[in-house]
Design a protein around this ligand. Sequence first.
Ligand code: MEV
Length: 301
Amino acid sequence: MQRVTVSTPGKLILLGEHAVVYGYPCIVAAVDKYLSVSVTELDAEEDKIVTPGVADQSFVKEAIHIFKEKFSLKKNISLTTKSELNNFGLGSSAAVVVATIKALTNLFQIDLPNKELFDLAYKSVLRIQGKASGFDIAASIYGGTIYFDGKTKKTELLSKKELPLIVAFTGRKGNTRAMIKKVYELRKKKPELIDKIFCRITQLVKSGKEAIKEKNWGELGQVMDENQVLLTKLQVTTPAIDKLIIATRKAGAYGAKLSGAGGGDCIIAVVSAMRQRQVKKALRKNGGKILDLTVGVGGRI
Ligand code: MEV
């Protein structure tokens, strides 16, 4: 029986989280850690789904459901996953949805352009999560470091090279759904203030875009520092995140911020080759777990 395997990279958001949910742009980079999905046809009454390394199976189930609905498929499948993303907030939900749909199109020899793959994957995530921008789906499909427009969902490739970033896990898994809800409630209470913050974040995303293109890492670090101040105003940072960020700056990083929804997960720091050792040491000393990954190089599927 034919078995098809597809691997998609995880991601880290560099600038613009939360604002991107409301149609503003962000910058996201794929990482060199992957999630694989293998599928075969199955002669059984229902699908067999085994997903080690994927915390929430509902994303996979929804992706299969949407795929079958779209292509009026009556057959059942066996699906298994293998993940290098663990529970570090590297976008495993988006990666597993993209890999599932891509694996199914390969298995059933359906030609699905990337734009339509994005639309199907985004629909799956929205049905489970309610609110999401789709930036992580774009990162899993296109790889590299990309500028993502939250309104049009268009992407622009900024770089395919490794970025000088250190990534550290805070030790606590963030809850994306809860953090999105928190910002939503805050915006309901203070719409003008929050929209002003989103506009300022957008200016930073645009400066960050130029900094990445010009490889101006000092500027990128400064932009990240400013984005972190605004994320603090959105109330999504935590004492553990702040502690790690302060430690990186003291050890000579160009700048640092949380990456993702907040409430836990990872921090990212822009660090010159000369300062890598000191920054890593400071992060470990302050309870951070350094993730062994390269940012900005995850390939296209
Ligand atoms: C989560 O990693 C980033 C958010 O902006 C959500 C999203 O864009 O879907 C908070």
